[in-house]
Design a protein around this ligand. Structure first.
Ligand code: F6P
Length: 342
């Protein structure tokens, strides 16, 4: 049995841990051979492969990024793309494929399985934690830890200068990183894409914080929007998915707060720092278990499935369950955090 492995979409701490788990179990317990495909779906599309065996996965557990490389190539959007993928899988003698990725990568996997019978198992990945059908995705915990540490540091500099510190974190469609890091870091305002915010209310929270002689920390997800969101949307450009990418909500918000409250405000945009570097212990644990269970699904011939975390169990769900809709922050969870605002 030869199993192909690929990692697609934005990289995420823990990808290497998954690859290691797959290869170690596959080789040691089942005697499988592996073929790594470079750069997500570009690998099978172009027949670009890389060696994958026990020596190549040695020492990669704590390393961020992915030894296989990643891209957002989508063979479904390329003329003849599916045929080329099928031909290259056959040419490499690949009997089954494990696709590690987010909404888009897994969307391709689901379609290839459903419509073309490709034997594929999915592993969910995103720092945003917005994939349905799994309690958590690996990479999220690391991103939250990085953002929390940043918030802790920003508290002390904000206090020293009695300034507003706006921290922009990742999350275009879901506010999980903002909510978790904001709560963990003791933010005074948390703004998420799921709920449009009222600028007057944000300014009121900021001012109330100053009244008790503390400097406010505002955590804003990159996809958060004010109620009269057109102001920001005008500056939006389309990203590679055709989504409107809001340019600099953090910067915009700090300017507005400064203008309206007369308090000095600064912005920190955490950006790709949240995605880089070594995975947390939780993410290594989750990613490793996903890898082990993905190769078990291959052994069982349980294709078209994705491994997922339910409580502490790893289960298998149809890949389509994860990609049908994104998992957003529940309004009650967000409301719960409101006691700390202001
Ligand atoms: O989906 C993961 C993610 O990190 C988002 O939070 C972020 O908006 C996006 O990827 C950034 O993508 P890119 O690295 O292509 O700019």
């Amino acid at each position: 049995m030869r199993v192909g492995v690929l990692t697609g979409g934005g990289d995420c701490p823990g990808l290497n841990a998954v690859i290691r788990g797959i290869v170690r179990k596959g080789v040691q317990e089942y005697g499988y051979d592996f073929t790594g495909f470079r750069d997500g779906w570009r690998g099978p599309l172009e027949g670009d492969t890389v060696r994958l065996d026990i020596p190549t996965v040695r020492g990669i557990l704590p390393r961020g990024g992915t030894i296989l490389g990643s891209s957002r190539t989508n063979p479904l959007k390329i003329e003849g793309g599916v045929r080329r993928v099928q031909e290259n899988l056959a040419a490499e003698g690949v009997d089954a494929l494990i696709a590690i990725g987010g909404e888009d990568t897994l969307g391709v996997a689901a379609a290839l399985h459903r419509e073309h019978g490709v034997k594929v198992v999915g592993v969910p990945k995103t720092i945003d934690n917005d994939l349905s059908a799994t309690d958590y995705t690996f990479g999220f915990d690391t991103a939250v830890n990085i953002a929390t540490e940043a918030i802790d540091r920003l508290h002390t500099t904000a206090e020293s200068h009695m300034r507003v510190l706006v921290v922009e974190v990742m999350g275009r469609h879901a506010g999980w990183i903002a909510l978790h890091s904001g709560l963990a870091g003791g933010a005074n305002v948390i703004l998420i894409p799921e709920q449009r915010f009222d600028l007057d209310q944000v300014c009121a929270w900021v001012e109330s914080r100053f009244k008790i002689r503390y400097a406010p920390i505002v955590v804003v997800a990159e996809g958060a929007m004010p109620r009269d969101g057109d102001m920001v949307l005008k500056d939006g450009t389309l990203d590679s998915f055709g989504h409107v990418r809001l340019s600099g909500i953090g910067e915009w918000l700090a300017n507005q707060i400064e203008k309206r409250t007369g308090k000095e405000a600064r912005t920190t945009v955490l950006g790709h720092v949240q995605r880089g570097g070594t995975p947390s212990a939780f993410d290594r644990w989750l990613a490793t278990r996903f890898g082990l269970h993905a190769v078990e699904a291959v052994r069982d011939g349980d294709f078209g499935k994705m491994v997922a975390l339910r409580s502490t169990e790893i289960v298998r769900v149809p890949i389509g369950d994860a990609t049908a809709r994104i998992k957003t922050v529940d309004p009650s969870l967000y409301a719960e955090a409101g006691v700390f605002f202001g």
